[in-house]
Every structure is written in C-alpha cells, then in structure tokens.
Design a protein around this ligand. Sequence first.
Ligand code: NAP
Length: 225
Amino acid sequence: MNLVEEAIKINNKKVDYFDKNNDYLKVGIMGGTFNPIHIGHLSMAEHIKYNFNLDKIIFIPTGNPPHKKLYNIENRHRYEMVLISIMDNKDFLAFDFELKNDKYSYTVDTLSYLKGRYKNIEFYFIVGADTVLELETWKDFKKNFYLSKFIVSERPGIKNDFYEYKLKELKEKYNADIFKANPPLLDISSTRIRENINLGKSIKYSVLKDIENYIIKNNLYREVL
Ligand code: NAP
C-alpha cells in the first residue's frame, strides 16, 4: 500500500469512528484551500484544539471558493496532501464533500449540512483575522453565527482599531460567539510555498517531508499561476 492509500484508509477509519461516537463533542473546522497544506495550518489547528479543549478538528478543503478562481491543480492533490499531513494525529480528520461539489461551497451550506448530520456537536469554525472584516459579506452570514461558534486566529499585523470594532460589532449586533486565539506565529503561507517551488527555492520545513516528496513526485506548482 502506498502512502496515499494508507492515508485514505486511516482517514476512513477516523470518519467511521467519528460518525458513531459524536455525541456532545466540541469540534473545530479548518476550512481552506490548502494549496498546499503547511506547518502553519497544522500548528494552528493543534494550538486551537488544546486551548479551546476541542475534541476533534475537521479539515475541509474548499472545492470552488465563492470569491476566487481555482488554482491550476487537481482537487485530489490538495485533498491527498491534507490526508497525508494529518494521518498521524488521531484527532485530526478530513471531509471531502466540498471538493466533490460542482457548485460553489458556501460556509452556510457546509455548516447546515454538518449540523443536520451531527446534531449534538458544538462546532467552532476557525478563520484568520483578516476574515473577520469579510464575514458579513458571506452568504446568509447571520445563520453562520447561529450554526457555529467562531475562533479567530490573530496575528500582530491585523490588530488595528477597525478590526477590534468589527469584532465587537459582530458580537453585539448578531449575538455571534467569537473567540480570539493566538497561535504561535509562523510566517508561512501557501502562496509563498508555491512561488518558492516555481523559483526552484527550498520549501524544506515549511511543509512536512512527505508533502515535499508528494509535490516533487507529482510535479506540482511548476507553472506560473
Ligand atoms: P484560504 O484562501 O485558503 O485562506 C485565506 C487566508 O487565511 C490565507 O492567508 C490562509 O493562509 C489563511 N488560512 C487558511 N486556512 C486557515 C484557517 N483554517 N484558519 C486561519 N487562517 C487560515 O481560504 P478562504 O478561501 O479564505 O476560505 C477559508 C474558509 O472560509 C473556507 O472554508 C471557505 O469556504 C470559507 N469562506 C466562505 C465564504 C462564504 O461562505 N461566502 C467566503 C469566503 C470564505 P494560507 O494561504 O497559507 O493557506
């Protein structure tokens, strides 16, 4: 069995177990393009899991992000890299339903689906601080606050007066449960990783070793995008 097959098998087992044992769990959701998934995503998820006493974190790679065009990479590659990256963590699992959807993936649809399927779970949708300023532009955004709590992963650059004002406004105006998290700051981004690969620079230590190998083996991110 190769690494991808093993990662798929392990995730299937985790999802099976999750389906059968999910009463009254606190579960974080990491949505994102994960193009590719890197150490920053993983350490953020781990930090938030422990600091908010979450039982599990579900990684949900976006299929067709509503607000931007897709990158020139097959969805299965992004998903397989997520599966490989989380395979040795029993509390991290991944769902691929957004990837399988032909239509745009709106968070309100994803959360409605999850709440319908897992009625007793308390969900915590994890977003970056920049996203706070955009949350009101999301489809049916008020419903998102009813379906899930939100955890905002802060970073120094974004903490300005407008951000603080927006956070307070979302809480007061929409009764949103929004919490702040301060994971260790790792200056790693998927965009920079893609650029470095394209320029022939090293991405060592920004992604797991297996992901570096996966990118090389599948010749990903070689074209200028
Ligand atoms: P993205 O482009 O992958 O991420 C945006 C920024 O946040 C990037 O700087 C990214 O860093 C960082 N990031 C990625 N995953 C993160 C996470 N889980 N927590 C904190 N920061 C993270 O993702 P996106 O397209 O903005 O989408 C993020 C989530 O919001 C998805 O689940 C998406 O479906 C949802 N969303 C919904 C709507 C809507 O319903 N209308 C609109 C926008 C977004 P890297 O580049 O290094 O990954």
